[in-house]
Ligand binder design. Sequence first.
Ligand code: ADP
Ligand code: MG
Length: 279
Amino acid sequence: MIRLENVTKVYPETVSVDNLSLHLEPGEFYGLLGPNGAGKTTTIRMITALTSPTKGRISVNGCRVHRNETRFKAELGLVPQHVNLEPELTVTENLRLHAMLHGMPPGQTLKRIEELLAFADLEEKAAAVVNTLSGGMKRKVLIIRALMHNPRVLLLDEPTVGLDVFTRRKVWDLLKSLNAKGITILLTTHYLEEAEKLCSRIGLLKKGGLIMEGSPDELAGVVGPVVVERFSNERTNLSFFNSRPEALEYASTLQEEFTVRQTRLEDVFVRLTEERVSA
Ligand SMILES: Nc1ncnc2c1ncn2[C@@H]1O[C@H](COP(=O)(O)OP(=O)(O)O)[C@@H](O)[C@H]1O
Ligand SMILES: [Mg+2]
């Protein structure tokens, strides 16, 4: 569905994406996970032809991604990192504008808008000026705007940053139901919990390169399913084990405070990037 082959993006000061190969199957929910500056946004911008790779090839459903091609654009819906709705237009006007830019037949537009407003529980906000909406509602409008032209792939760049816990969960539910309807999703996030909850497959990105890829369980399995967390010298140290008895045997030798628990995705990330990622 989405294929990146040896893609590199070089800016004058930085190598933003470094020989990245990714392959998403139809219907997948893929999470691209990495700290700030890892290259997540650059990757999404290249997939949508907002910027072109320095090297490598990208295709969407067999169509080459290139700024002069239009075929692949019909397949993609983009939810950008920053809210870029027209602030002085209403929700409906924003959606209509998007439909126009995508060349949707005017006859279909109104029905599609009603459908999507109902889907996102935003019917009451149809005539509200975007400026007057909460952050969470703007996010939801961004998501349904991306869906207006019925794309088969949805790309979301850190869709829940800045949302309260309650609204974040609502956005998660929206995304889960879209994926259940067969829409392929590529989501970038630095929230490990988000990736763990939503994604069937996760790629860990560090300095523009993929350092690991797999299901959340597979990633946790790479370091060991049980972890002993020790607190000493105001630092947390992690040791990984294949079984609970092994972990407990090791823990019984410790002088300092410790906990024995299941490995979480965050632990894998800490181990593999030696860098704590937090909300
Ligand atoms: N337009 C640009 N010009 C120069 N450097 C850029 C540009 N866009 C991104 N970068 C650099 O590329 C790296 C990756 O950025 P980005 O893709 O935004 O990471 P992320 O989305 O994972 O936080 C960063 O070091 C960033 O400073
Ligand atoms: Mg980004």
